[in-house]
Design a protein around this ligand. Structure first.
Ligand code: MG
Length: 373
């Protein structure tokens, strides 16, 4: 099989409601810059990244794919994923300007498209191909899409109640990082009271807190049986996370802002993380995600992927990897796919279509595609 054309695309898909916010970000659409790799066999593979739907930066990713990576891919055999990953990653002009950031997000989209092609060529869903198992294990879903920081306390409480008491979810995540941490605590307490004990309740500060704030407030969150605290401190600060992990009883979760296997290895070696949260759209695709998940497993650390892809690919990689028992649920772009990620009775339904779950519907492309130039 040979790659005969490389077709970048950008979709902007509205999020649930008008606008969502966490302590660091605010957005109305989810950006899906990606690529379709066409082959001489007639099969195509699709991969994409996840962004805040800012067209100028999405065009940088699409431009990297079209102008820098495409010439390295054309005529190649898409089955040689590791070879192609290294060919692009080590391409000197690209490496010079970024082993992280735009070039890495572009490589991630390409890598996902290659895995999609591999699974389609094998006639299997990716999880089955990666795990070599016919039966999928249970994969629990927890719902993130009701706990945004810009929502009123009553709304957050009502959402958590609906998810857990009507829709079958056994876990919810709440954003924290208000100017006064006492307000965060009150919101978490209200949600805990509404959902009762026995339901997983995670909190996510998106890197906002200084170490002293985290040291002061984590014990109070612990009293509310918080399952993990996600990105409590600035993304790159390994010593501060290590200190918090050592002094706090709440497990620390992180990884959505880490670009490489080496970043994860540094955090894990420092004892700075408990729940490991790799993302195929931030790392360079399934290839690097699997390296991180394997590393976490070697250290007996659970993996709970961050869904920059909005679940489609991570549903497969998580079902395939023994370190994964839980995955985040955010439904913003699921309507764009031929087989959307679906939850039933609190667990994800194993996909059956061949591929990585990334095949877009014609309607989604027509409705959400943005001009590349
Ligand atoms: Mg997060």
């Amino acid at each position: 099989m040979q790659i005969v054309s490389v077709e970048p695309f950008i979709l902007h898909v509205p999020v649930t409601g008008q606008e969502i916010a966490d302590s660091m970000h605010r957005l109305t659409h989810w950006g899906v810059p990606g690529v379709i790799l066409h082959t001489d066999s007639g099969l195509s593979g699709c991969g994409y990244s996840g962004t805040h739907a800012h067209l100028p930066t999405d065009r940088l990713i699409a431009g990297f794919i079209a102008q820098t990576a495409a010439p390295l891919l054309l005529g190649e055999d898409p089955a040689r994923i590791e070879h192609l990953w290294k060919k692009i990653y080590h391409f000197p002009p690209a490496q010079w300007v970024g082993r992280a950031g735009i070039t890495h997000l572009g490589l991630g989209a390409i890598d996902v498209a290659l895995w999609d092609l591999r699974a389609k060529a094998a006639g299997k869903p990716l999880w089955q191909l990666m795990s070599a198992q016919a039966e999928a294990p249970k994969l629990e879903a927890y719902n993130t899409d009701g706990g945004w920081l810009n929502l009123a306390r009553e709304t957050v409480v009502a959402n958590a109640k609906r998810f857990t008491q009507e829709e079958g979810f056994r876990g919810v995540k709440l954003k924290i990082g208000k100017p006064d941490p006492a307000e965060d605590l009150a919101r978490v307490a209200a949600v805990r009271k509404a959902i009762g004990p026995g339901v997983k309740l995670m909190v996510d500060a998106n890197g906002k807190w200084p170490l002293q704030t985290a040291l002061e407030w984590c014990p109070r969150l612990r009293e509310l049986d918080v399952y993990w605290i996600e990105e409590p401190l600035w993304y790159d600060d390994i010593p501060a996370h290590a200190e918090l992990a050592a002094r706090s009883e709440i497990p620390v979760a992180l990884g959505e802002q880490l670009y490489s296997f080496h970043d994860f290895r540094n955090f894990i070696r420092a004892g700075a993380v408990r729940f490991v949260q790799p993302d195929v759209t931030r790392l360079a695709g399934v290839t690097e995600w699997k390296q991180v998940a394997d590393l976490a497993a070697e250290h007996d650390l659970p993996v709970a992927a961050h869904v920059g892809d909005m679940m489609q690919v991570h549903l497969h990689t998580s079902l395939a990897h023994p370190a994964c028992a839980i995955l985040e649920y955010i439904p913003w772009i699921r309507r764009c796919f031929t087989e959307p990620a679906t939850v039933q009775d609190g667990d994800f339904v194993p996909p059956q279509e061949p591929g990585a779950g990334t095949t877009l519907t014609a309607e989604a492309i027509e409705k959400f595609a943005q001009p590349l130039q």
